[in-house]
Design a binder for this molecule. Structure first.
Ligand code: NAD
Ligand code: UDP
Ligand code: UDP
Length: 312
């Protein structure tokens, strides 16, 4: 049985990935320090013979024997990663060093959950993988953006220097069940506000855009990338190219929830990118992967989750 390590496996994406891997019959070891993740995301897996959960912080060395590593450990929402920015950089950078050191020792294949934030506030649109980005090195988002950029550097240096088998994916905004209700991300904020008939908080003029990928589609992408031939290292963009303004998202959420909430306009956070949309031609061509779930359908699933799991 293949032994697979998932770091950050108790989080939103990690828990869906653990589900998929456990169901495929792999022997899954999840490590997490529960900073933003929770055991409740994995409650249904605990007790299964091919699943193990370990409390561990990836900024410290980890000695285990595995065949594959998915490195997801890192808070992903601005509210959480800005709460302790020094720890965010340590998690991205020292966490990557430790997981790469582990991969080197046990000759494991290793995948990094990188991010569209490596493009910063981009000058080109949509973003292709060869674009180097426009990132502020000293702003409030830098701990995350630069941490993830440095992690990519480490992955490619371990690949060049130590011939590691690496896989780097740049994930664009992803949403779905098990998003943290208080993590401040736009999809969870709008759904929770709508279900409670509270004001919908639109930042700036609401015309900034994002592209939203449903979690099941992204997990398909994780699997395709990990199982791709060794010469496919990435970085490869993964996301849904459908581009929506935050006003459109607010209106769609109001319609799907049947909410009486009003939209209120609040100041735009510092360094908030104006537009973000993935170019996914590489993923289509090299991995035969592209997202299938429409925003409206994915939102319905996510709304149903928040209604039942959080009693809204
Ligand atoms: P999340 O916050 O739900 O999950 C992150 C997990 O990592 C949590 O369970 C947290 O407790 C754990 N963690 C944090 N620091 C740790 C540490 N030092 N040691 C061990 N565990 C630690 O976020 P998510 O949305 O599931 O994101 C998972 C990964 O995907 C992150 O690396 C994130 O940067 C990346 N990503 C996510 C998105 C998205 O839209 N969700 C977009 C781009 C990239
Ligand atoms: N490391 C780890 N688990 C292992 C092997 C290494 O956590 O199974 C850590 C180790 O603590 C080291 C880091 O990974 O700090 C980088 O390891 P590498 O072998 O690349 O470098 P070195 O040990 O020479 O610093
Ligand atoms: N946003 C918003 N209202 C909210 C939360 C976020 O208008 O309650 C906006 C935010 O300013 C940004 C977009 O929605 O322009 C996406 O924000 P999120 O934090 O989800 O992700 P990121 O900025 O990292 O893409």
């Amino acid at each position: 049985m293949e032994k697979i390590l998932v770091t950050g496996g108790a989080g939103f994406l990690g828990s869906h990935l653990c589900d998929r891997l456990v169901n495929s019959g792999a022997d899954v070891l999840c490590v997490d320090n529960f900073f933003t993740g929770s055991k409740s995301n994995l409650a249904h897996l605990i007790g299964k013979p091919n699943f193990e959960l370990m409390r561990h912080d990836v900024t410290f060395p980890l000695y285990v024997e595995v065949d594959k590593i998915f490195n997801l450990a890192c808070p992903a929402s601005p509210v959480h990663y800005q709460h302790d920015p020094v720890q965010t950089t340590k998690t991205s950078v020292q966490g990557a060093i430790n997981m790469l050191g582990l991969a080197k020792r046990v000759k494991a294949r290793i995948l990094q959950a990188s991010t569209s934030e490596v493009y910063g506030d981009p000058e080109i649109h949509p973003q292709t993988e060869d674009y180097w980005g426009r990132v502020n090195p000293i702003g409030i988002r830098s701990c995350y953006d630069e941490g993830k950029r440095c992690a990519e550097t480490l992955f490619f240096d371990y690949w060049r220097q130590h011939k590691l088998r690496i896989k780097v994916i740049r994930i664009f905004n992803t949403y779905g069940p098990r998003m943290h209700p208080n993590d401040g991300r736009v999809v969870s904020n709008f759904i929770v506000q709508a279900l409670q008939n509270k004001d919908i908080t639109l930042y700036g003029d609401g015309r900034q855009t994002r592209s939203f990928c449903y979690v099941d589609d992204l997990i398909d992408g994780f699997m395709s990338m990990m199982d791709s031939p060794d010469h496919i290292t990435g970085p490869i963009n993964m996301g849904n190219p459908g581009e929506f303004s935050m006003i459109e998202l607010a209106e769609l959420t109001l319609r799907l929830t049947g909410s009486k909430s009003k939209i209120v306009f609040l100041p735009l956070p510092q360094d908030d990118p104006r537009r973000r949309q993935p170019d996914i031609d590489e993923a289509k061509e090299k991995l035969h992967w592209w997202p299938k779930v429409q925003l409206e359908d994915g939102l319905k699933e996510t709304i149903a989750y928040f209604r039942s799991a959080h009693d809204l």
